[in-house]
Design a protein around this ligand. Structure first.
Ligand code: ATP
Ligand code: MG
Length: 397
């Protein structure tokens, strides 16, 4: 199998969506992508000598190609990667020789295979010539001995070649990347991170679209337990692992006193709504402080009593300056959990914690804005928000 081949480079393909952008936007995105790739390689001590930009592809020169490919497949903006062999020329004989060499290692007994070639630049041969010639020589040289056959529709193994002007690369594996847009190509967002599965996935989804996160956790002790806080810290770390090179921080607000005042002074059926409205207000101050563009939460329609469409309306009115984005609004729980597994957050979110003790037996599912505002009149909102902002601490992760 292909482990025996000493790959010396990685072919990096970036998202189809980048091609829809105007040239200068695309250039900026690709620059940002390269920066993020370098940060990941540095963080994981993957040595490389060069990242080459060649007409719609990036090629990384490294002796640790498998490790590099695996790390890079988790960089936002990359659609796929392949550990590859560099072919120092684009002469047909050289390209074919290298492909046949790779095939001799990569193809197992009885495999069917296909050769696919992508070529950019002027060459005295066509892509089909490359495919035909490699296929012919593979069959001639060891086809019979290994029982190989060509299958263009559903091959066991695809041998790939990328020819770029006077360079070329051969590969036998395509590792799917995470996709999305390079992190940092969009503005920052403050993400209300509870340590639960929904906000973890919501935050990840906006990161995937290029937005660096400023995670904000409200510590509701004594209404919640210490494990809830630990879980939020662990989740923040997981999300930071997807954002190598960006600040590893969690903003924490001691929030028990706010929740206490709400429980004590306001109708119990409104507790969760009032609690969340205060969170939004504090989040807005942080948005200002860190010059972010909005707030992200893990709310999904009907997922909790506080998340009926009617209640979301009431929540929204608490945020005065900035939009509240809800990336998983239409997700089923199973979809959210599936994504949480993929981003390696699920195990942490599934840690059992004591639920919030302030949640009432009968929460309002159709709250009215007027009754909510009326209930809040019993609280000194401005002072509570100020107090929260004063107490906010930044935890380095
Ligand atoms: P999650 O799985 O993210 O905890 P949930 O379905 O349990 O969400 P709620 O507890 O009603 O729903 O919270 C809705 C959203 O409000 C969360 O997704 C999160 O964005 C935010 N949120 C809730 N509690 C906190 C908290 N303690 N700190 C920060 N944000 C919170
Ligand atoms: Mg929750």
């Amino acid at each position: 199998m292909s482990e025996h081949v000493a790959f010396d480079s990685v072919v990096v393909r970036f998202g189809g969506e980048l091609w829809l952008k105007k040239t200068w936007t695309r250039r900026r995105y690709v620059r940002c992508l390269i920066e993020n790739m370098k940060r990941v390689l540095k963080r994981y001590n993957v040595e490389y000598s060069e990242v080459m930009r060649r007409r719609g592809r990036l090629f990384l020169k490294t002796k640790e190609a498998a490790e590099a490919a695996s790390r890079l497949s988790r960089v936002f903006g990359i659609s796929s990667v392949s550990p590859a062999l560099e072919i120092g020329s684009s002469k047909l004989e050289d390209v074919v020789d290298k492909c046949v060499f790779l095939a001799s290692h990569a193809l197992d007994e009885g495999n069917s295979f296909a050769v696919r070639c992508r070529r950019v630049g002027e060459h005295p041969y066509s892509s089909r010539d490359v495919c035909r010639e490699v296929g012919r020589r593979v069959l001639d040289e060891f086809g019979e001995e290994k029982g190989l056959s060509v299958n263009l529709k559903r091959p066991d193994m695809v041998l790939g070649v990328e020819v770029r002007d006077n360079e070329a690369f051969a590969f036998s594996e395509v590792v799917k990347g995470v996709g999305g847009m390079p992190l940092g190509t969009q503005g920052r967002v403050v993400c209300l991170l509870s340590g639960g599965v929904d906000s973890a996935v919501a935050g990840w989804l906006v990161m995937k679209r290029g937005c660096p996160l400023v995670p904000l956790y409200f510590d509701c002790k004594p209404y919640t337990d210490e494990i809830t806080t630990e879980r939020a810290v662990e989740i923040a770390k997981v999300l930071c692992d997807w954002a190598v090179g960006f600040p590893r921080r969690l903003h924490v607000v001691p929030y028990g006193h706010v929740l206490g005042a709400i429980v004590k002074n306001c109708p119990r059926r409104l507790t969760c709504l009032l609690c969340k409205r205060m969170m939004y207000r504090v989040a807005e101050v942080l948005v200002d402080q860190v010059r972010a563009e909005g707030i992200v939460t893990g709310e999904a329609i009907g997922e909790q009593a506080s998340q009926t469409l009617r209640n979301l309306r009431v929540l929204d009115r608490a945020a005065e300056k900035y939009p509240v984005h809800r990336p998983i609004l239409g997700f089923d729980k199973a979809e959210t959990e599936g994504l949480a597994r993929k981003i390696e957050a699920y195990k942490i979110t599934a840690r059992s914690v004591q639920g919030c003790k302030a949640v009432p037996h009968k929460p309002a599912t159709k709250a009215k804005l007027e009754e909510t505002v009326e209930a809040e009149a019993k609280l000194n909102i401005d002072e509570m928000v100020e107090h929260c902002v004063r107490e906010l601490r930044v935890v380095d992760l």
